[in-house]
Ligand binder design. Structure first.
Ligand SMILES: [Zn+2]
Length: 202
């Protein structure tokens, strides 16, 4: 069990966690299970570190709340199976991580290969204005962006937000009826709401 697992177990047991100096502050409406308390005690320093906001302003707890919210919206409001909802929530977390951890580089050099402008493949800016741009050849951009997404997934995994196992081709639950037009429209709206920030990529 990792510190991220301890954090999840605490949330599942209805414990609200905070940090008080170097200590954990626990709030719960009912006495928490001893197993969860033991788990938190054995990972105290790492759990405290996870509860502190990182450089992007969010703690592991903030990421878990964001993930749970997104998964809940898609599962309960849009009516998708839990695994699919978690896959969607994870994708939203990756987008949010990229937005919160923008990459910047100076104009004139490719951020990926380090080469100068090419006449046949000029350097282009990626990213949004408030956080600056990463300059890349268009041929370098796809691999660079995949590496960025892998970095996001790795950072999220370290905080207990894991890539869900989801097979899109699996048949849906047999009891599910084909969605009506109204439901389809609602799902589209909810999905847009659930993950509406633009991918920065930079
Ligand atoms: Zn390049």
């Amino acid at each position: 069990m990792s510190a991220a697992d301890a954090l999840k177990a605490a949330r599942a047991a209805g414990i609200q966690l905070g940090v008080d100096g170097e200590d954990l502050a626990l709030t719960a409406s009912v006495p928490p299970p001893a197993t969860v308390i033991d788990l938190l005690a054995s990972h105290k320093a790492e759990v405290v570190a996870l509860l502190r906001p990182s450089r992007d302003g969010w703690s592991a707890q903030d990421w878990q709340v964001f993930f749970d919210e997104r998964a809940g919206i898609v599962e309960f409001d849009a009516g998708l199976p839990r695994a699919e909802a978690e896959a969607h929530a994870f994708a939203c977390c990756v987008v949010e991580w990229l937005n919160r951890n923008p990459a910047q580089s100076l104009a004139g050099r490719c951020f990926d290969c380090g080469d100068l402008d090419h006449a046949h493949d000029p350097l282009l800016p990626y990213g949004v204005e408030p956080t600056g741009h990463a300059w890349l050849h268009s041929r370098c951009r796809p691999a660079w962006y995949e590496a960025r997404k892998a970095k996001a997934a790795s950072a999220l995994a370290a905080m207990g937000i894991m890539v869900p196992v989801f097979h899109p081709m699996e048949p849906r639950r047999r009891t599910e009826q084909p969605p009506s037009d109204a439901t389809r429209a609602s799902r589209t709206a909810k999905n847009q709401f659930a993950c509406q920030r633009q991918m920065n990529g930079g």
